[in-house]
Design a protein. Structure first.
Length: 409
């Protein structure tokens, strides 16, 4: 029954955080003039573009959607769709960026440009700074993803190496009025970090870069280091930015639906950004289980994993597998941790789901939990005990949510 409850909470929470209504509500307040050009970029790009197209009708002149592979539901009239690499940019990321630039350059002074931005945009569109190749950015991105850096730290570096991030994309608009509707997957809803601030001024400094290079011992060749340490932040960006969804709404929705099923909800935080293993230990600690059951402990944010092994997994799966150790032998407890976009790391899972029996089930089939964690192979471990949450691409992206359900008195 608890597993059924968990999946009901997951399904209803994601449904509540779909961006279509939020996009249309935001559009009602905009002064849309002339022809309207739409650039939708991110994992939620298709859903956001569809909502905008339905609202705009014949006012929509043309649009471009750049999203992750397999995140397109169907073709949309007047839109060109490019699917590209994530979390590391690929050749289609370059193609998608140039399609967006070409679109922006068509808008005249009396027209309107509408950006629809969501998480994932940092990888999905890319134009390397002059003197750099895509391979240079791919190499740096992979280092950042594996070293345990937070997403805001990763995006500081991404902005410096890119000719479109950190507000530079807006430089291709020539006089047209421009708005951005932004679905936040960043803790704190920092517009300058969501999709690496494509339409927002860059506040990061060269000193910030120096600190990150030293903190994570990042390897850079001469040309990459020269650009990183000599970049000038883009400050003059004439785009009106509006954030319409975030991890706060994700956690609130989970609380509402947990309560509907009889669990008293407690939101611990909406800014969790420690290592996944520490989050797994923290949210399952006895301190958080000293409540009258049934209850639901909820935390939102984005943890990190410092990858040292060669296994397969994602931050939510790793968090769940660590939590399984802490819950071993406990009755009537269950934890799930998922990415709201439906993808966790380079896998087809949204995250993981575990209970007090998970560790024992793994031992019975010969899986060493400690070894799986050391090798960062949470995916294959959880897969063997029906511990993966598979939703497919959801069409939204407002960070991650972890929920601990408890029924025992």
């Amino acid at each position: 029954m608890m597993r059924e409850d968990a999946y009901k909470i997951i399904k209803r929470t994601i449904a509540d955080c779909m961006p279509d209504t939020a996009v249309q509500n935001a559009l009602k307040d905009f002064k849309l003039s002339g022809r309207v050009y739409v650039a939708a970029i991110g994992k939620a790009a298709w859903v956001m573009a569809k909502a905008a197209a339905d609202f705009l009708g014949n006012r929509l002149e043309k649009g471009v959607i750049v999203t992750k592979y397999e995140h397109t539901k169907e073709m949309l009239d007047r839109f060109e769709i490019i699917e590209a690499g994530h979390p590391t940019p690929d050749e289609n990321s370059i193609l998608g960026a140039h399609k967006v630039i070409k679109l922006l350059e068509q808008a005249a002074g009396e027209d309107t440009v509408l950006f629809l931005l969501s998480g994932g945009g940092s990888a999905l569109v890319e134009v390397p700074m002059e003197g750099l190749l895509l391979s240079d950015i791919q190499k740096m991105t992979k280092q950042l993803l594996f070293c345990g850096a937070r997403i805001t730290e990763i995006n500081v570096i991404r902005k410096k190496l890119s000719a479109i991030k950190g507000g530079k994309l807006a430089g291709y608009i020539h006089g047209a009025k421009a708005y951005s509707i932004i679905l936040s997957d960043i803790i704190g809803e920092n517009e300058d970090m969501i999709a690496s601030g494509l339409t927002y001024p860059d506040d990061s400094t060269v000193e910030d870069v120096r600190c990150l290079l030293e903190k994570y011992k990042l390897e850079t060749d001469e040309k990459v280091e020269r650009i990183l340490l000599n970049s000038s932040p883009c400050k003059d960006v004439c785009v009106e930015n509006h954030v319409v969804g975030s991890v706060k709404e994700l956690c609130q929705a989970a609380a509402v639906h947990a309560k509907e099923l009889g669990y008293e909800p407690y939101i611990l935080t909406t800014s969790m950004e420690c290592e996944a293993k520490e989050a797994g230990k923290w949210i399952t600690s006895k301190e958080h289980r000293k409540r009258s059951a049934p209850f639901a402990v909820i935390a939102g944010g984005e943890t990190v994993v410092k990858v040292t092994g060669g296994g397969l997994g994602g931050r939510n799966q790793e968090l769940a597998l660590y939590a399984a150790k802490e819950l071993a032998g406990q009755k009537d407890v269950l934890l799930f941790s998922i990415g709201s976009d439906g993808t966790d790391g380079p896998t087809d899972a949204a995250g993981g789901i575990v209970d007090g029996e998970t560790v024992y089930k793994l031992k019975e089939i010969g899986v060493d939990v400690e070894e799986a964690l050391r090798n960062h192979d949470s995916y294959h471990a959880l897969q063997k005990v029906n511990g993966l949450v598979i939703t497919g691409p959801t069409g939204t992206n407002v960070n991650d949510v972890t929920v601990l359900l408890c029924k025992n008195e």
